[in-house]
Design a protein around this ligand. Structure first.
Ligand code: PLP
Length: 381
């Protein structure tokens, strides 16, 4: 039985919506490896399941929980965050106009310019968080989707979701939000007017650096959602049952982990703000961040676990700092229990606008004092 909506997200997540297996009374759902389901002599499928490409019951507990945490009408899991993001664009038609950001997770930006544009979407990229540019880029009747990421990789630029939704809707477009960095613990984009939320579930939702997965959540079971369901079924960018099971196990501790990541990130940001060897700390929780005021309104309970340090002395100095860390791990990705550091310009394509001196940091759940001490020795002074 589904618990009352009044329960807190921490309770809903910890109990996976109170899941109890109807057949065994197990508290943990099973993993269903079967790819196919028995058909009766009369040709019917009493279980309602035909084939596992989209009807595997192992997806459902995680989908139900993510939908509930986001306050959505439904969730679809995908084989990766990129599979989820690209499905949203593929549900449009050639000739449709899309507005997105010039600074965001580079993989989505690269896919838009290298695959979506040749395929027929008309794409405009505006400065992240700039509502005036968004309004100017919208083409009423032709713009079908506005895709924002907030906070946005790797400057953590903030977009006012409610304002962006208002502008998109006035032009007849939907608003989709890549909310990977915010998580449903800190921001619920659908309650602010967004139509679609996307997560790289590889990150905070799973949280243990051992599953690649994606999720889309819809505000309404509308015609775009039906296209997305059909697209996942027909194109098949699905998750394996074991990964879906691991994902649910990870989400059970989401709230605790995000709270710890926020505390650690705030402590690191405050320690290095104004440090003589740090040109700038980019963290929406700092009043110096350009998105701070909007983030303070739109994010509840913290500003996230992601920040970037721009190192005085430029690219080489930044790479040297990353080379000297002992507790942080030099690796790409984010949102896991272990803290990661990455010289971002080395990862993104040459045309990327990422500052060359920027180190992207994902704070995990380690003790903040250990992380600060590690960065202090790596940065020096
Ligand atoms: N969106 C954001 C904000 C990301 O950080 C990433 C991956 O780093 C993605 C989307 C893509 O997700 P995945 O790696 O799960 O395909």
């Amino acid at each position: 039985m589904k618990p009352e909506r009044t329960l807190h997200p921490a309770t809903l997540a910890a109990q996976a919506l109170g899941h109890v297996d109807p057949a065994t009374r197990a508290l943990v759902p099973g993993i269903h490896p079967s790819t196919t389901y028995l058909r009766e002599p009369d040709g019917s499928y009493p279980s309602g399941r035909v084939y596992s490409r989209t009807e595997n019951p192992s997806y459902e507990p995680a989908e139900d929980l993510i939908a509930e945490l986001e306050g959505g009408a439904g969730c679809l899991l995908f084989g990766s965050g990129m599979a989820a993001a690209t499905a949203a664009f593929q549900s449009l038609a050639p000739g449709d106009h899309v507005v997105s950001q010039d600074v965001m997770y580079w993989g989505v930006r690269k896919w838009l310019t290298q695959f979506a544009v040749p395929w027929g979407l008309d794409v405009d990229l505006i400065p992240a968080g700039d509502l005036t540019a968004l309004e100017a880029a919208l083409r009423p009747g032709r713009t079908k989707l506005v895709w924002i990421e907030t906070p946005a990789n790797p400057t953590w630029a903030i977009t006012d979701i409610a304002a962006a939704a208002g502008l998109a809707h006035a032009a007849g477009a939907r608003l989709a939000v890549d909310s990977t960095a915010a998580t449903p613990v800190l921001t619920r984009p659908l309650a602010l007017g967004a139509d679609l939320v996307m997560h790289s579930a590889t990150k905070y939702l799973n949280g243990h650096t051992d599953v690649v997965a994606g999720a889309l959540v819809t505000a309404q079971p509308d015609e775009m959602w039906e296209r997305l369901r059909a697209l996942r079924h027909d194109a098949g960018p699905v998750l394996g049952p074991f990964e879906a099971w691991l994902l649910l196990r990870g989400i059970r501790t989401l709230v605790l982990r995000v709270e710890a990541c926020c505390r650690g990130a705030a402590a690191v940001a405050q320690r290095f703000h104004g440090h003589p060897r740090v040109r700038e700390v980019l963290y929406p929780g700092l009043p110096s961040h350009p998105g701070h005021a909007v983030a303070a309104r739109q994010m509840r309970g913290g500003f996230g676990g992601m920040l970037s340090l721009c190192i005085a002395g430029g690219e080489k100095a930044a790479i040297d700092v990353a080379a000297r860390v002992r507790v942080f791990k030099r690796a790409t990705s984010l949102g896991g229990v272990e803290s990661l550091i990455e010289h971002r310009a080395s990862v993104e394509p040459p045309e990327s606008k990422v500052p060359r001196d920027l180190l992207r940091i994902s704070i995990g759940i380690e003790h903040p004092d250990d992380l600060i001490a590690d960065l202090e020795q790596a940065i020096g002074l």
